[in-house]
Design a protein around this ligand. Structure first.
Ligand code: PEP
Ligand code: MN
Length: 275
């Protein structure tokens, strides 16, 4: 590291508390749900399935960063209201993305954890506002960002007095085309060496297809990640977005059991599971 990092701590790892669930310091989070909120029924069905199978938080985007402006952009505020219902019905904390500072207040009404997507990792004004909000933030690594750049972005949030930051490796762009992105699992122990912050892994966006999601998840848990954020859909073939890489909801219980066993290899316990 060549750049000064004020918040580089070498002491004990941070343990965050998110809606009563601990994350980090041996407590492993399994965050599951669809890429995007499509309907009330879709999110509720998915949330009940993943909760009953052991997920500890629910993910789902109401604001979606899409490569094409002609692709589905998310349900926006209507989607946020559906997520609010998911939390009320299932008790699962909600992880959802904010793309634009103009939507932050609305997202804060619903999100237990604010996701900052890979494409916004260096949207510094957004980082500062999320920092000021004080809400736990899941900061995803940019598609072509170094680990140092990820840590510098985390510093923007920490620097506003918000210490509840989770780093997330989600695959980076390399010359390899066999999968959507290259999951940089070596980044997990390196980030944990350089920072006290919890480090999670998103196997779904790296894999790009379902078959790879379980092996990448097991590797992530075994390498010492503090959690996984994974896409799950009851009927992936009908998904509006990222169906090919979504796990099938009715197979999630077996997946969660295998992830739990892999996390245990690294000394981590799946926290807040209902099983
Ligand atoms: C997502 O989590 O749905 C997403 C778009 O992730 P990323 O920002 O990592 O591409
Ligand atoms: Mn997605």
């Amino acid at each position: 590291m060549t750049i000064e990092m004020k918040y580089r701590l070498t002491g004990e790892p941070s343990v965050l508390e998110i809606a009563g669930r601990k994350v980090g310091g041996g407590q492993f989070a399994l965050i599951a749900g669809p890429c995007t909120v499509e309907s009330r029924e879709q999110v509720l069905e998915t949330a009940v399935a993943v909760r009953d199978a052991g997920a500890t938080m629910f993910r789902g985007g109401a604001y979606k960063p899409r490569t094409s402006p002609y692709a589905f952009q998310g349900l926006g505020q209507a989607g946020l209201l559906m997520l609010e219902e998911v939390r009320a019905e299932t008790g699962l904390p909600i992880v959802t993305e904010v793309m634009d500072v103009r939507d932050l207040d609305q997202v804060l009404d619903v999100a237990d954890v604010i996701q900052i997507g890979a494409r916004n990792m260096q949207n510094f004004s957004l980082l500062i506002e999320v920092g000021r909000s004080g809400r736990p933030a899941l900061l995803k690594r940019g598609l072509s960002s170094t680990l140092e750049e990820l840590l510098m972005s985390a510093e923007y949030i920490l620097n506003e007095g918000n210490e509840a930051v989770i780093l997330c490796e989600r695959g980076i762009r390399t010359f390899e085309t066999a999968y959507r992105f290259t999951l940089d699992l070596g980044g997990v122990p390196v980030l944990k060496e350089l920072s006290h912050l919890p480090v999670m892994v998103d196997p779904s966006h790296a894999a790009g297809r379902r078959e790879l999601v379980t092996p990448l998840s097991l590797a992530a848990a075994a390498v010492g990640a503090d959690g996984i954020i994974v896409e799950v859909h009851p009927r992936p073939e009908e998904a509006v977005c990222d169906g090919l890489q979504s796990l099938v909801a009715d197979q999630f219980e077996e997946y969660a059991q295998r992830v739990r066993a892999a996390a245990a290899l690294a000394g981590n316990v799946l926290a807040g599971a209902l099983l």
